[in-house]
Design a protein around this ligand. Structure first.
Ligand code: ATP
Length: 202
């Protein structure tokens, strides 16, 4: 399919709940978090480049990339971060487009947690934002992961603000209600995306 809906939202906003519902309606879901892990699997060109640059210290005992060590390695160094992004981003983007094009459904939902931050909104036809108040994000995420609300809050602060995200949105799902309400919201959007995708083909 050529019609791509970019699905985004802050931590714990409900992206997985929403994308699961699109999948249940028969829509192909492409998850950029998965693609980001695939491009650094052993044997991949980005993996080889990373090991050449940082040495075996960046590997786990099982020979796979130690992603925590890598994150720490580039965290405080803008130049290294840019180098790493140059290795990974084009390859993630390539896989992303290939999977979207190969999808059999009338449109595709592309899940990109940092869509607004990463400028990927230019690659999609429609930006769908899952929106909840920050207090709900914090409560649901810490309940799900069993961790400290302050940790969630610190992650939240490093992401785009609710306002930034909403201003980039073409469509908004309000996920502050219960999961039954979410079903209705997804069905409503599904109908509208079906007709948008159809018009695009004419
Ligand atoms: P992350 O950014 O961490 O990947 P996410 O955006 O994918 O998170 P989910 O995992 O879908 O968010 O939702 C966060 C938590 O809140 C989960 O435990 C989920 O089951 C719960 N949740 C999501 N939406 C609702 C809702 N409408 N009512 C109650 N619980 C919800």
């Amino acid at each position: 399919s050529n019609f791509i809906v970019g699905l985004t939202g802050g931590i714990g906003s409900g992206k997985t709940q929403v994308s699961d519902r699109f999948a249940q309606l028969g829509i192909t879901v492409v998850d950029t978090d998965i693609l980001a892990r695939e491009v650094v699997e052993p044997g991949q060109p980005a993996f080889e480049a990373i090991v050449e640059r940082y040495g075996d210290a960046i590997l786990q005992a099982d020979g796979k990339l130690d992603r925590t060590a890598l994150r720490q390695r580039v965290f405080a160094d803008e130049g290294e971060r840019q180098w790493l992004n140059q290795q990974t981003h084009p390859r993630i983007r390539q896989r992303m487009l290939a999977q979207c094009q190969a999808a059999p459904s009338s449109y595709v939902v592309l899940v990109v947690p940092l869509l607004v931050e990463g400028g990927l909104d230019k690659l999609v036809h429609r930006v769908l934002v899952v929106d909840v108040p920050e207090s709900v994000q914090i409560a649901r995420t810490s309940a799900r992961d069993g961790n400290d609300p302050e940790l969630v809050e610190s992650i939240l602060k490093r992401q785009a603000s609710r306002e930034q995200r909403l201003s980039a949105a073409d469509d908004i799902i309000d996920n502050s209600g219960d999961l039954a309400q979410l079903d209705g919201e997804v069905q409503r959007l599904h109908q509208s995306y079906l007709s948008m995708a159809e018009k695009q083909h004419v």
